[in-house]
Structure formats: C-alpha cells, structure tokens
Design a protein around this ligand. Sequence first.
Ligand SMILES: [Zn+2]
Length: 182
Amino acid sequence: MASSSKDNEPQPQPPTQAGGPIEDDVYFMAVALMFAKKSPDPNTKVGACIVNQEGNIVGIGYNKMPNGCEDKGLPWKRGRPKGLDKKYLYVCHAELNAIMNKTSMDVEGCTIYVTLYPCNECAKLIIQSGIKGVVYLSNKHKDYNETKAAVKLFRSAGIEPRQFLAKREVADFLASIDPFAE
Ligand SMILES: [Zn+2]
C-alpha cells in the first residue's frame, strides 16, 4: 500500500474475505468437522478451528477428556445424572482445546469456527482470549441455559456469532477430495 500513513493503516481483512466469502468459510468449517470426527464422545462430537486475520489456521480442537486422562474411566454418560457420573464435569470442550493448542502467541482478533454453538464456559474463554469472530454450524442446544448464557455473554462483549449455512458446499468440497489424484 503506497499511500498508507500512520493515521490510515490498511485494516486486515477478515479471513472470510481473503479468498472469496464462501470458499474460506467452507474450508475452515470442513476442518472443524474433520476434527470433530476425532472426538471420543459417543454422542456429541464437536470440532473447532481458529483462524487468524491472515487466514491461517492457528488452533484446532475437539471435545475430549483432559490430556493423560483419556483411559482412566471417566464417564461419557450424557443427560443429567446426579453425582459424579456425568461427562460434563470432566470433558474439555473443543473451543478450550483449540485455544490451549494454539500455535501462535495469542489468538487476539481471530475467528473460531465451531460445529456447535459454544456453551457459556467456552464463551468466556473465547471472549477472554481476544477472539472476535464466531462461526457455528449447529445450534441444536439453543434452549439450554448454557447456550442462552453464552448468547448473553457474546452480546455483552460485542461478538456476533454467525451461523454457517453452506452445508451443501462442505459436502461437495469433501467429496471432491481424491487422495489418489495426481
Ligand atoms: Zn463449551
């Protein structure tokens, strides 16, 4: 940029505008979906992919038990059983793991692609980490208090989560990948 001055620095473009609004969204949501597949949760598999302002992936995650605790008999039971026999007390959500696994110094100004609308705990993490964009696929838990609280948290923080709607494009994109192609 020849004409830039201190007062008129070019603003970094959000990642969805780097290579066309649909294409980058499709690519990053596909990555989140691929990592959701790795989740050992038998019922709800969630993936997350953090993208910086240059359009580079700087963190991925999926829901799993804490590192080193995977085979220690922690429960994957869902629903709301009483006592200690419920997964919610132990599992690390995809957003937490993506932020903790970040490959950059920080995730300030990044966008997180998640396959499920974040819960309130993850909303706190997203806000505190400086992530500014949230793109989600499913909102099937929108009636849960955890989700309603997340909506309030995002609204308070000035973050406007955006639903990803190009499901067909993701399916076409994944189907187009041919590992045997030269
Ligand atoms: Zn969460």
